[in-house]
Design a protein around this ligand. Structure first.
Ligand code: 6PG
Length: 248
């Protein structure tokens, strides 16, 4: 898989971020035929996007029956727990649009432990993909959404954790989260996330400015290690964008 230089798109605020992401995702998905796969992310930033996708023109334009929805990571809590990434995606997006229930692929957080959940989700991903290993030129996902934490983590891949170097498995359990909420996690690994036509980072807010400056200056942080077979795009609002030379 080749690593491309990321594109940076700067927008005014979190609403513009959601609008730009929605347009981009919609254009992308409506141009593709056959079965589609989108990998959602947790965190607060994508919540504006999820709500926006349930409104026009997206509600009518998106080929809902053809889109399958996955999660890049989740907290090991029941889906009705307010901390569940799948629960949030369901409440804000999936419950409001015509998605067949078989198209929702939640991480099974009712498994015995995070390791068992990771193995089950990996089987689900491989079954969906239809092969044991991911092949270059045939990405698993059409769109992967990502976020970045103040510490540089992305999905549930935290700085200094061994999961960052996982090459064999598509999904792994994370027994100790590096940041709140401190519950065990299940996360896709970099090779699984990278198997996409487009990876879209959504970053908003003043608190993200220091970590973005570090990511863009080449610091070895998890978010900076993310790569994609297709386009890698950072969609960043004005508050989050590292300072301009004029101090704005
Ligand atoms: C999670 C997320 C995580 C998130 C970042 C950014 O489960 O916590 O998947 O990686 O994307 O923490 O979150 P915000 O959008 O809230 O800043």
């Amino acid at each position: 898989m080749t690593q491309r230089r990321p594109d940076l798109i700067a927008v005014a605020d979190v609403d513009a971020l959601a609008q730009t992401a929605a347009k981009r995702i919609s254009t992308h998905l409506t141009q593709l035929s056959g079965r589609l796969a989108v990998c959602l992310t947790g965190g607060s930033t994508p919540q504006h996007l999820y709500a926006l996708l349930t409104t026009e023109p997206y509600r009518t334009a998106l080929p809902w029956s053809r889109i399958h929805w996955f999660l890049g990571d989740d907290r090991f809590v029941p889906h009705d727990d307010p901390r569940s990434n799948f629960g949030i995606a369901r409440r804000l997006l999936l419950d409001h649009v015509p998605v067949p229930s078989g198209n929702m692929h939640a991480i099974p957080t009712d498994a015995r432990d995070v390791g068992a959940a990771a193995r089950l989700y990996e089987i689900e991903l491989r079954d969906f993909y239809g092969a044991e290993s991911l092949a270059p030129g045939r990405p698993l996902f059409d769109v992967v959404l990502m976020g970045v934490g103040d510490d540089g983590h992305t999905a549930s891949l935290f700085p200094g954790h061994a999961e960052l170097d996982e090459k064999k498995h598509l999904v792994v359990g994370v027994t100790e989260a590096g940041l709140e909420p401190f519950v065990p996690r299940v996360t896709l690994t970099f090779p699984a996330l990278a198997s996409t036509r487009e990876m879209l980072f959504l970053v908003s807010g003043r608190s993200k400015r220091p970590v973005l400056a570090r990511v863009f200056s080449g610091a070895d942080l998890p978010a900076a290690r993310a790569y994609a077979e297709g386009e890698l795009v950072w969609l960043v609002d004005r508050d989050a964008a590292p300072e301009h030379p004029d101090g704005t």
